[in-house]
Write a protein that binds this ligand. Structure first.
Ligand code: SF4
Length: 472
């Protein structure tokens, strides 16, 4: 787990040293509103990168929390390296992520990355790992897993990508991987095929002659596409299918292979980050949380209670005094609280539905990690709101910067946005400041409020759906 912050200098006894300078690594992924599969690989990468020399490693997501808009605020240090855990360059790595992080840079990221100052932090934004030449070895490992031996003259390799018409460069990493694998001489032919653009995966027969075929999804994670969409498009019945008299082997995605860890480690260690002091806003927020927790604290549906031995107990507020609560280790807390009691994925953690029946016990130094696991970014944003330093983004501005499949929300009427608010925000513990709702005091300043400074992607997505098919 990431190390926890020390209190602010003002809260420290005079004999304690100032916090040591350090570096934060942010590993960013797509995430999903629907299931936890997509984020799983990103969390695994972050665990691997704990040993890469950074003082803390955090994650952030497009469709989950902490969101790309929130995540920089959760970084403890003023020096932040950002690694997009994406398989190819293109729409997300060159447009969406830089824009949402607040970088001025748009477009191709040069070798060595882009360095900018955002929200008081020096941000080193890197290229995605999928473009690294070492991914060819990972690709071949995946092929060998599903098909331990093959005859090169009788076997074709198909590298499967998602593809998108929104950015022609998203194909480059997949094409390069197919080219490099083909150059090994291990296959009679190597081709790159796509789900969403030509040449289409569904036409694989046209691109492989009468050869046996090994297909490897060049995807960052296991999920809907690799488990459902792709096998259905390809007409496969399992890892090994017999089709038209030939053997077709379908591998697991490259992004979940353990060897990706060494590719990631090499990438982030080449980044130019130097240790820097703790960010003042971050230190102040967590000092305020620690002080408030000493008297017992409710944060949303979570209750934090100081214990006589100096630790803190965390559980659902409605479980106070309940017997038989399951003890959850700190390392499992994010996963445990990422589903509700019906097992449904909770991409926006502050929507009601924190599961019941568990408890965690953490020392004071781990309070930050525990709160971050249950309600990421909430403490930093609440403290900023109380200090008058949380910028609020009105709906019109959020809508105006949407692109791709969310671009249509620019034409949403106030009534449509209101309908989405009633469907989603009504079940959320945050106060939608972006819609003009008032919030007097947060849980850090004597109230119970949790600020929402701008519409989350779940709400944006709901507005888009309402435009496509208005609900009755
Ligand atoms: Fe919650 Fe609504 Fe804010 Fe989304 S937009 S985080 S649902 S208050």
């Amino acid at each position: 787990m990431p190390p926890t912050p020390d209190p602010t200098p003002a809260a420290l006894p005079p004999t304690l040293p100032a916090p040591t300078p350090g570096r934060t690594l942010l590993v960013l992924g797509h995430g999903s509103h629907l299931n936890a599969d997509s984020a799983r690989a990103v969390h695994a990468h972050a665990r691997t990168l704990q040993g890469a020399g950074f003082d803390e490693v955090l994650t952030g997501f497009w469709k989950e929390e902490p969101s790309l808009r929130q995540v920089l605020r959760t970084a403890r240090y003023r020096e932040v390296t950002v690694l997009p855990a994406f398989i190819s360059e293109g729409y997300f790595t060159e447009e969406v992520i830089p824009r949402e992080l607040g970088l001025r840079h748009q477009g191709r990221v040069p070798d060595g990355g882009v360095t900018e100052t955002v929200a008081g932090r020096t941000v080193h934004y890197l290229r995605p790992y999928g473009i690294h030449a070492a991914m060819t070895g990972v690709l071949l490992d995946r092929a060998r897993e599903v098909c331990p031996t093959w005859t090169p003259e009788r076997t074709a390799l198909v590298v499967l990508g998602h593809g998108t018409r929104r950015n022609p460069r998203s194909k480059e990493a997949i094409e390069a991987a197919a080219r490099r694998a083909g150059a090994t001489g291990l296959f009679a032919h190597a081709a790159a095929l796509y789900l969403d653009e030509p040449p289409h995966a569904a036409d694989w027969r046209e691109h492989t002659g009468g050869l046996d075929v090994i297909m490897v999804p060049f995807f960052a994670s296991e999920g809907w596409h690799t488990l459902d969409t792709m096998p259905a498009e390809l007409g496969l019945s399992g890892p090994v299918s017999h089709l038209d008299g030939r053997v077709v082997s379908y591998a697991r995605p490259v992004g979940t292979h353990p060897a990706v860890g060494s590719v990631l480690t090499r990438l982030v260690q080449e980044a130019p980050a130097r240790p820097a002091p703790v960010a003042a806003d971050h230190a102040a927020a967590w000092a305020a949380l620690a002080t408030a927790a000493e008297g017992g604290l409710d944060v949303g549906e979570l209750r934090v209670t100081p214990q006589p031995d100096g630790t803190f107990a965390l559980h659902h507020a409605a479980d106070a005094g309940a017997p038989g609560l399951t003890r959850v280790p700190l390392d499992d807390l994010a996963t445990w609280t990422g589903r509700d009691n019906q097992g449904e994925h909770r991409p926006i953690r502050t929507r009601r539905g924190l599961p019941r029946g568990w408890q965690a016990r953490v020392p004071r130094d781990d309070l930050r990690a525990a709160l971050h696991a249950v309600y990421p970014a909430v403490t930093e944003e609440a403290h900023a709101w109380d200090a008058g330093k949380l910028p609020v983004t009105p709906w019109a501005d959020t809508a105006a910067r949407q692109s791709g499949r969310y671009r249509p929300v620019r034409r949403a009427t106030p009534e449509t946005v209101q309908a989405a608010r009633e469907r989603l925000c009504a079940g959320c513990l945050r106060t939608p400041l972006w819609a003009g709702e008032p919030l007097a005091a947060t849980f850090l300043s004597g109230g119970t409020g949790l600020p929402c400074a701008e519409a989350c992607t779940l709400l944006v997505s709901d507005v888009a759906h309402l435009l496509e098919a208005p609900h009755p």
